[in-house]
Design a protein around this ligand. Structure first.
Ligand SMILES: [Zn+2]
Length: 233
């Protein structure tokens, strides 16, 4: 806010900006990080290096679009689904609730039920206190029943801190399909270690890959005061 008085120029931060804090909820992309069995390993390399006489450092990365914190496009599980370049970006920015489901292997409708009144359009499930060091097929997932409740609750984005919203053993990818058919965006492999349960502003924008089925994101939560929360979609 800018207040002009004769001979004086003052700038006051609005209260919401002073109170807002950024929590990084992205996994560190690194050599040796866990990937889905059989998927492309994360492989960084250098096209040019200053220490080798290059004018600058130029890095390059070979990776699956589903490594680390990422979003799934409908094309990931629907033959002719929309690609990530066509995603509606508004779902990746806005009010989100982090729901604690620590050590809950299968997230049921009953875990979501207590929050359905006044549930914001984005829901993130916190099932572990730290990201996994290696791929473990015993990770937590969202049951189809819970996915149906999210649909009925008007949610636009569902996120989880494990490699998939479906169980590692699911062949039908039913939760992906229930969410996808309802137009609900899917955000996976979050790192919610530093995000206690509560309501935040989520920002997790995918890259604009033409014709592709997902994208890594840099996901953050911003803390909000009541006033800031009021105006958010
Ligand atoms: Zn994925």
């Amino acid at each position: 806010m800018l207040h002009l008085a004769p001979g004086r120029l003052e700038f006051h931060e609005p209260p919401s900006a002073i109170m807002s804090q950024i929590i990084d909820i992205s996994q560190l992309l690194r050599t040796g990080m866990p990937v889905w069995p059989g998927d492309t390993e994360f492989q960084p390399s250098w096209m040019a290096r200053i220490e080798d006489g290059g004018l600058c450092n130029v890095g390059s990365v070979l990776m699956s679009l589903h490594t680390g914190t990422h979003v799934d496009a409908p094309l990931h599980f629907q033959k002719n689904g929309a690609s990530i370049a066509d995603a509606d970006l508004s779902v990746y920015i806005g009010e989100a609730r982090v729901i604690n489901a620590l050590n809950v292997k299968s997230i049921e409708a009953s875990h979501i039920q207590p929050f359905t009144a006044g549930l914001p359009p984005r829901v993130l499930f916190r099932t572990r206190s730290l990201p996994a060091e290696r791929f473990d097929p015993g990770f937590s997932y969202i049951t189809p029943d819970a996915a149906r409740l999210l649909v009925r609750s008007g949610v636009k984005l569902a996120g989880i801190d494990t490699p998939s919203v479906d169980s590692a053993h699911s062949e039908a990818m039913e939760t992906h399909k229930i969410l996808g058919d309802a137009g609900i965006a899917i955000l996976e492999n979050l790192n919610l270690a530093g995000a206690p349960p509560g309501v935040y502003e989520l920002i997790a924008l995918p890259l604009k890959f033409a014709g592709m089925d997902g994208s890594p994101v840099r996901a953050v939560l911003r803390t909000m005061d009541a006033e800031a929360r009021h105006g958010l979609p």
